[in-house]
Write a protein that binds this ligand. Structure first.
Ligand SMILES: [Mn+2]
Length: 446
């Protein structure tokens, strides 16, 4: 694929920038995950620098209720990031200037809306541009002075895992421009998590190492095997120690049935950000933790450089990672199998998607998509994940999730590889049965 940014995309961005310049106040809406929060930070900073008044709201998702909220806001200029593609017609009817910076699939006959999505320009939004990438392109169209914000864009790119097979699409352009200006550099990845080893190996869920993650004795035994002093950090390790520890971790992961594809992804490049002492991956963890703990504002504050927010975000991050870790350990024994899918119920809302992703790579059957759901009052929320290997077998989760949810009075959508849905509680069995059938049909049609 051509990794240049298409000229048409630039002209669309520059007319969107003109629209915003004509207003004094803007309402920004974004998604509460790492990509959405990164996009929100970029847009907030851009508005501050442009001297615009702004409000900022994060949503768990764009749905009928939150679209209503957008419709009823008083702003005459609205920017929606990392969401919107599935509500284009509704957003187009709003009596205001609306700019949508999304990378999820969705096309509709729109008249007034300023819709900026890599998919519209022949770039795959699953890997070649995320919400934060689009926000960054828009920010650069507002002013060339905003290129420092490319650091935040990489928190979004990494948060949406767009870097794992190497950069593509507009992310290549963002890296080149950011690197040229000294804001972003690449470093080699490793199976060994960054930070103090006793703690980082205990907390690690990417990779989730059975018998090590969440197991103090297991961590000590692993470090003993590798002949490494337990007080060491990743950065203290000699090359020989790194090699020894990596190979022990590799052996463990192979024993868990982790694929070569996943191993490659785990050692994908790390992105170092000039103005921060944490890398893009650590930022993505931080933002995700804040978002799913309902503290997206703390995440945004830390991305904007507020020291108090940053230290609070660090605390939230540690607590949230412990919570994810214990849920993953729990999941290790309760994943249920159907013919073409595997599923689990998550009692906590907010991180079902992350659990799906971890389970897909480190716990479950590598040949079936993983579905996780959480039943709350009034709504069952579903997340799903598969792998490139499963996509190659003909699976499209975005279609399958949407169709199955609509059948039980709900809705859904997303990417072929990761998609979400919701429906009224009580329909879980029927939903799963339909989904299992649809995935079966998709595979046999191939
Ligand atoms: Mn995104």
């Amino acid at each position: 694929m051509d990794d240049d940014v298409p000229p048409k995309l630039f002209s669309r961005l520059s007319s969107a920038a003109d629209v915003v310049r004509a207003h004094d106040n803007v309402h920004i809406y974004s998604h509460h995950d790492a990509d959405g929060i990164s996009a929100a930070v970029i847009l907030a900073k851009t508005m501050m620098r442009a001297g615009k008044g702004f409000k900022l709201t994060l949503f768990n998702s764009l749905n009928n209720d939150t679209v209503d909220e957008v419709r009823n806001c008083s702003a005459k200029c609205i920017i929606i990031a990392d969401m919107g593609a599935s509500y284009l017609m509704e957003l187009d009817e709003i009596d205001a200037d609306v700019i949508v910076l999304d990378h999820h699939k969705g096309e509709a006959g729109i008249a007034r809306l300023h819709y900026i999505n890599p998919h519209s320009f022949g770039i795959d939004g699953m890997s070649g541009g995320c919400g934060a990438s689009m926000a960054m392109l828009f920010s650069a169209a507002m002013s060339d002075e905003n290129w420092d914000l490319v650091q935040m864009a990489f928190a979004g790119v990494v948060g949406d895992k767009q870097h794992i097979k190497g950069l593509s699409g507009v992310n290549v352009y963002l890296f080149e421009e950011g690197n040229k200006r000294g804001y972003v550099t690449k470093a080699d990845g490793s199976l060994i998590p960054s930070g103090q080893l006793m703690s980082s190996l205990f907390l690690t869920t990417e990779p989730y190492i059975r018998g090590v993650s969440g197991d103090v004795d297991g961590v000590s035994a692993l470090l003993d095997d590798a002949n490494i002093d337990a007080s060491k950090s990743f950065s203290d390790l000699t090359d020989a120690e790194k090699r020894k520890l990596s190979s022990l971790i590799t052996a463990r992961l192979l024993g868990q049935g982790v694929t070569a594809e996943t191993m490659d992804e785990l050692v994908s490049n790390r992105y170092i950000l000039r103005n921060w002492n944490i890398d893009a991956e650590e930022f993505a963890y931080l933002f995700n933790s804040c978002g799913r703990s309902g503290a997206g504002g703390i995440g945004i504050g830390s991305g904007l450089g507020d020291k108090k927010c940053m230290s609070e975000a660090m605390i939230i991050n540690e607590a949230s990672r412990k919570q994810v870790l214990s849920a993953v350990k729990d999941l290790d024994s309760k994943l249920e199998q159907m013919e073409n899918i595997q599923f689990f119920e998550n009692s906590e809302s907010g991180f079902t998607g992350i659990l799906c992703e971890i389970a897909m790579r480190f716990i479950g059957d590598k040949n079936k998509p993983i579905i996780g759901y959480n039943v709350t009052e009034g709504k069952t929320k579903v997340s799903s994940r598969c792998t490139h290997h499963i996509l190659d077998r003909g699976v499209d989760l975005s279609v399958a999730m949407k169709t199955s949810a609509e059948k039980v009075g709900g809705g859904g959508g997303g990417h072929r590889i990761a998609s979400g849905a919701w429906f009224p509680p009580g329909n879980e069995k029927e939903f799963l049965k339909t989904l299992d059938d649809i995935i079966g049909t998709q595979i046999s049609a191939r």
